[in-house]
Design a protein around this ligand. Structure first.
Ligand SMILES: [Cu+2]
Length: 135
């Protein structure tokens, strides 16, 4: 039964990535619950911006696609930790440290991928994200 002996090895190979995805999904649904607690409505109800939540060293969603001209609003829904937003292309200065419940807006005009990170946590917690801007 060679297939049976292969299976555990395949599961081992697959599980770290799957576990990370599941963690991010769980963290992001918790983040959305926090948002509703704090602001009394779902983040999707915001009409003048696309919302990215900052929570437990994650950006939620970590990858976002928007049309050029869209404003993205990062909202810190953590209880204690402060975060920042820094575009890797250096076209904007790093945002102020956002304390819980604080926000920062950036409007994306130029099409293309924009990688960004959290200044204090990208290195130690891999707190990074990407906005893809479509024409
Ligand atoms: Cu951070």
């Amino acid at each position: 039964m060679k297939t049976h002996r292969l299976l555990p090895a395949l599961l081992l190979l697959a599980s770290p990535a799957l576990a990370a995805d599941e963690d991010a999904t769980a963290i992001c649904s918790e983040a959305e619950e926090r948002y509703v607690e704090l602001f009394g409505q779902p983040s999707s109800a915001v009409e003048d911006a696309e919302v990215v939540l900052m929570y437990k060293y994650n950006f939620c969603p970590a990858e976002l696609t928007v049309k050029a001209g869209t404003t993205v609003r990062w909202v810190n829904v953590d209880k204690r930790t402060s975060h920042s937003v820094l575009l890797k292309d250096g076209s904007q200065p790093e945002s102020d440290r956002l304390f819980p419940e604080e926000t920062v807006d950036l409007t994306f005009l130029t099409p293309g991928p924009q990688n960004y990170l959290c200044g204090p946590h990208w290195e130690t917690q891999n707190m990074i994200g990407m906005v893809t801007v479509e024409p």
